[in-house]
Write a protein that binds this ligand. Structure first.
Ligand code: NCD
Length: 315
């Protein structure tokens, strides 16, 4: 694997390979000193043109735990502010000698463009509404860990909220489907993509109708910064129909688990204190973010000596 830009590009076998590799990284992260020399001498640059807390920090932590060198590009203090183009920025950084770009950008397709301008690997950390493959890996790994299942056959995963603007939903639908889950999308019609009839999902406009048959409830935030117009009449009405409160939690089967990729908007989609949720996997999602991104960077950058390095990682 040279790049990780979408779940489709990774494919089912690649998805399972990275989830299996993540087990080794979890083991490394349990050690008193969670650091291995696997990527010594490699350089990973994070190129974030959009805000991020967990994705950016977990990639940087992942690179450091594998002993890679890291460079951080900050748009606000870079020559982008002097009119430098994205292509020139990428070529400049490439000239310094980097092995991987971790890229987040508000436009769809930027990771593919960047891979035409550099010989380094490119990891998509979120492009517009389009893809966020490492979040999908995190979520599949978290479900696997929580339920102890490698295949998701027989599981119903309900994704609720702003599907239209969500790259997480697009990557997760594909990944959950590859592992055999049934996916149900719940949103008002204005927050569903127009082409959703081609997706391998069922659709409902009413959250209360699907809670009883849900095994995994996956909440999304309203991504207002990606909306060009008002897609919801008002936040209070949205919260009433689609927000998670104690009454809705009580309607879930007792074994059901709750997930959210973050950042959460309390009082909108989350009307209950998340720390009081009975079966929340939200903290596990964040914790697994580091291990999953270690697996991705290792897979892309460990190269020919990958098998030997893996033994070193697992020892
Ligand atoms: C998501 C993102 O940026 O796409 N956050 C994340 O990476 N954990 C979801 C969001 O912004 O709502």
């Amino acid at each position: 694997m040279k790049h990780l830009r979408s779940i489709d590009e990774l494919g089912r076998d690649g998805l399972v390979r990275l989830l299996d590799l993540t087990n080794h990284m979890v083991e490394v992260n349990r050690r008193p000193v969670p650091k291995v020399p696997a990527l010594r001498g490699r350089t990973v640059v994070s190129l974030f043109f959009e805000d991020s807390t967990r994705t950016r920090l977990s990639f940087e932590t992942a690179a450091k735990r594998l002993s890679a060198d890291t460079m951080t590009f900050s748009v606000s203090t870079s020559s982008v502010n002097k009119g430098e183009s994205l292509r020139d920025t990428v070529e400049t950084i490439t000239d310094m000698g980097v092995d991987a770009f971790v890229v987040r950008h508000k436009s769809t397709g930027i990771p593919w463009q960047i891979s035409n301008w550099t010989n380094a690997s490119v990891v998509n950390a979120g492009d517009g509404w389009h893809q966020h493959p490492t979040q999908a890996l995190v979520d599949c790994f978290t479900v696997r860990e929580a339920l102890g299942k490698e295949r998701f056959d027989g599981l119903t995963i309900t994704i609720v909220g702003d599907i239209k603007h969500s790259r997480v939903a697009r990557s997760n639908v594909t990944a959950f489907n590859m592992l055999g889950a049934k996916v149900v999308l719940v949103a008002p019609p204005t927050l569903l993509p127009p082409d959703v009839s081609h997706w391998p999902v069922e659709v409902s406009y009413k959250l209360d109708d699907v809670l009883e048959s849900t095994d995994i409830l996956y909440m999304l935030r309203l991504q207002s910064e990606r909306m060009s117009q008002g897609h919801v009449p008002n936040l209070r009405e949205y919260a009433e129909s689609y927000g998670l409160d104690a009454a809705r939690v009580a309607k879930l089967p007792p074994h059901a688990v709750i997930m959210h990729p973050g950042p959460m908007n309390r009082g909108v989609e989350m009307l209950i204190d998340p720390s009081s949720l009975p079966n929340s996997l939200i903290h596990r999602q964040v914790a697994n973010g580091v291990s999953v991104r270690m697996a991705v960077l290792f897979d892309l950058l460990a190269g020919e000596s990958s098998a030997a390095n893996l033994a070193q990682v697992a020892s």
